[in-house]
Design a protein around this ligand. Structure first.
Ligand SMILES: [Zn+2]
Length: 91
């Protein structure tokens, strides 16, 4: 009689582990819709080449009150040199 109880307990334990394990795997496999949504999918425009890119990948440039976003260092440099040369010439 004791054997049956032990077997039943083991079977119940295995069944519990299987169900629990399956449930855990299912919940973790499901893609979380708003996980880590810190606005990284916000698109910003490069003022130099007019390209839209994710804010997280953009190069930031603070220009007074404004913040400008560039797709690359090259665009940033060109934009800066263009704006500074325009200011210095100032005919
Ligand atoms: Zn650019």
């Amino acid at each position: 009689m004791l054997w049956r109880l032990i077997l039943l307990g083991v079977a119940a334990y295995i069944l519990y582990r299987l169900i629990w394990g399956k449930r855990r795997r299912d919940s973790s496999a499901r893609p979380r819709p708003s996980a880590g949504g810190k606005g990284e999918e916000v698109l910003v425009q490069d003022p130099w080449c007019k390209t839209y890119l994710p804010k997280s990948q953009a190069l930031l440039l603070r220009d007074g009150k404004e913040v400008l976003y560039f797709c690359s260092e090259e665009c940033k440099e060109r934009f800066l040199s263009a704006s500074t040369s325009r200011d210095s010439e100032n005919q």
